[in-house]
Design a protein around this ligand. Structure first.
Ligand code: SAH
Length: 293
């Protein structure tokens, strides 16, 4: 049932309450399959099951597991209760990069702030951004290990970090509780769509946003060229690549812009290569010359 098709009496309730009071159906305008939850290196299978349950409660169903320590597992099935279908359909991959490569927006949940500050969103903003973006692109919501969270490299694969403003004296939630908070915000934003359609940042853009896989190829290319021109020293990298990643994830570059930058990098490589060949040729000519008597 479309929750817009409600009586005037029902309309006095905000969308989120109305939806839960008067219908069993989901937001009609929103495709929850566009958003996937990614759990990185989870050690306790019970948390995977509880995550599946939280997701299903909130209308999400796409779960990706990056190198889970113990999966499939009877414990996970027990904790999932009626959300076993989510476990059955879970995708298991070997890296976070692989998990998010098709996504246009990646948001990582982290209880701690890091050395290099990253664009940060509240859970509510996370829900709104995820839902708006999901109208045009796939979105990943990423959660870390129970003992150590997400490492810096993983956090740098994300466009934004979401921090649940828990009590500073004990700010680390159980993994599945953190998933529940974030998925609840996604649900709230999705139900609000029925009232006020979300506008994705790039809905009126002339080009698609580059996905994570394309952007990763760009970083490899950029690093190679910066090394070749001796701007970057991989032996002493400092924070150059994380800063480059932060710059480009803030911009959310589109496919055309990415192709232009890749073209510039390829041109630099071509010039360096021509210069090297020319130098080698000149050196060869010099050594061919007869020594002067
Ligand atoms: N001890 C770890 C926390 C692990 S909790 C640490 O210090 O980083 C497991 C995961 O749940 C985290 O990686 C994060 O994705 C999520 N999480 C827990 N508490 C959170 C919070 N307050 N805000 C955002 N995410 C949180």
């Amino acid at each position: 049932m479309n929750i817009l098709a409600v009586s005037p009496r029902q309309r006095i309730y905000p969308a989120i309450i109305r939806a839960s009071l008067f219908t069993n159906s989901d937001s009609k305008m929103f495709d929850f399959n566009q958003i996937c939850v990614v759990l990185v290196n989870t050690s306790h299978p019970g948390n995977i099951g509880a995550t599946a349950r939280a997701m299903k409660n909130m209308g999400l169903s796409k779960l990706t597991l990056v190198q889970p320590e113990d999966f499939p597992s009877g414990v996970a099935v027990g904790r999932a209760v009626s959300a076993v279908d989510i476990l059955d359909n879970a995708r298991v991959v070997s890296s976070l990069q692989e998990a998010v490569e098709r996504c246009g927006l990646v948001i990582g949940a982290s209880a701690r702030s890091r050395n290099i500050p990253w664009p940060m969103v509240s859970p509510e903003q996370c829900g709104e951004k995820a839902v708006a973006e999901a109208t045009v692109n796939k979105v990943a919501l990423v959660f870390g290990r129970e003992d150590a969270g997400l490492n810096n490299e993983e956090l740098q694969l994300c466009h934004f970090h979401v921090q649940i403003p828990a009590d500073p004296n004990y700010s680390s939630l159980n993994l599945s509780a953190a998933v529940m908070v974030v998925c609840y915000e996604v649900r709230k934003a999705a139900l609000a769509l029925d009232e006020r359609p979300a506008v994705a940042e790039d809905e009126h853009w002339d080009q698609e946003k580059a996905n994570s896989e394309q952007v990763e190829h760009f970083y490899v290319h950029l690093e190679r060229v910066m090394t070749a021109i001796k701007f970057h020293d991989p032996e002493n990298p400092r924070q150059l690549m994380p800063r480059m990643r932060r710059l480009f994830s803030r911009i959310r570059i589109d496919v055309m812009e990415m192709n232009i930058l890749r073209g510039i990098l390829s041109n630099i490589e071509y010039r360096l290569d021509s210069e090297k060949k020319l130098k080698a040729q000149l050196e060869g000519n010099e050594s061919d010359e007869e020594p002067q008597q």
